[in-house]
Design a protein around this ligand. Structure first.
Ligand SMILES: Nc1nc2c(ncn2[C@@H]2O[C@H](COP(=O)(O)OP(=O)(O)OP(=O)(O)O)[C@@H](O)[C@H]2O)c(=O)[nH]1
Ligand SMILES: [Mg+2]
Length: 301
């Protein structure tokens, strides 16, 4: 008999939730970056092996929202808490709890399912710091288990999976065993473009960007080679951001496009023609209508 269930990745921005999900699946499903607030919506991935199937929900980092998009992100995270059999709270090792950390713990107190504390990024600190973080969190009495991991190099991930399979109920697979995500290739292509914008642009500019994939078409070249033509738009929240995204003589847009194209080619395993356009939709992060168009529809969470 197999075990199966749902597990949500929750935590402050930058804790490594998306990196951990990708590490478990063994494939890049969610984009990651060293900048906080990378993930904007719930992203579902599916891990299947002999013991059973775990459906992971990656969520946006918990922060104090400053606009409608922030509210949407908060809702995406909080709503996942009650949709799952087990919650993984991710944190980096730390000497003490900040006010924001305490707010996250208050949220965790409201969760009915068991919560596993995942102390991530253990590759970045000495072992004694990990031990101190474990005892600080253990004192709260909120956690069914505490598991130290490095999402980046995979250390501790097997132990985490052992823990999860012990907690999940017996049950059948929810998805075909070869399905790794419910995201479409089109969704992921758009996210890869946003990831490159996040990496290459500075300050608030990349946080005001949305990406739409306007067309994605597969064809064969004259010589019979598979090719994917993609037209996508980078949406900026301000006119002044548009010229930064394009850059002098289109240099920045060219860099974003090339980096994204290479990764999309890896994902699709074929040649990609990527055409990027830049548009301004003033203050779209506070517009319900634009947010819906860009895939951030609070009504569908
Ligand atoms: N050294 C180290 N870096 C890590 C580890 N896990 C994640 N990171 C890095 O931490 C940064 C944030 O990782 P993400 O996976 O994007 O974090 P997140 O929690 O999904 O962030 P949001 O989506 O903004 O909430 C990236 O630069 C990762 O490479 C780890 O175990 N060790
Ligand atoms: Mg993330």
């Amino acid at each position: 008999m197999t075990r199966s269930g749902f597990a949500a990745m929750i935590g402050r921005p930058n804790a490594g939730k998306s990196t951990l999900m990708n590490q478990i699946i063994g494939q890049k499903i969610a984009i990651t970056s060293y900048k906080p607030q990378t993930t904007r919506t719930k992203i579902r991935s599916i891990y299947t092996e002999e013991r059973g199937q775990i459906v992971f929900l990656d969520t946006p980092g918990l922060h104090r929202p400053k606009n409608r998009l922030g509210n949407y992100m908060q809702k995406a995270s909080v709503s996942s808490l009650n949709e799952v059999d087990v919650v993984l709270l991710l944190t980096a090792p730390r000497p003490s709890l900040s006010d924001e950390d305490k707010e996250v713990l208050d949220l965790i107190r409201t969760v009915k399912s068991p919560v596993i504390l995942v102390i991530n990024k253990i590759d970045t600190v000495p072992e004694k710091d990990v031990a101190e973080t474990i005892s600080m969190y253990a004192e709260t009495g909120l956690f069914a288990e505490i598991v130290p991991v490095s999402a980046l190099n995979g250390k501790g991930v097997d132990e985490l999976l052992d823990c999860l399979f012990k907690m999940l109920p017996e049950g059948p697979y929810f998805y075909d065993e070869d399905q790794v995500t419910t995201e479409t290739q089109r969704d992921i292509a758009g996210e890869l473009i946003r990831e490159k914008a996040l990496l290459l642009l500075q300050e608030e500019v990349p946080h005001g960007i949305a990406v739409t994939v306007d067309q994605m078409r597969f064809r064969k070249s004259a010589s019979g080679e598979d090719i994917c033509d993609i037209n996508a738009s980078i949406i900026c929240e301000k006119e002044s951001h548009k010229s930064i995204v394009i850059g002098r003589q289109g240099k920045m847009l060219g860099r974003i496009g090339k980096a994204a194209r290479l990764e999309i080619e890896d994902m699709l395993e074929m040649k990609v023609n990527l055409k990027l356009y830049v548009k301004v939709r003033k203050d779209w992060k506070d517009s319900e209508i634009f947010m819906k168009q860009y895939g951030y529809d609070a009504g569908r969470l």
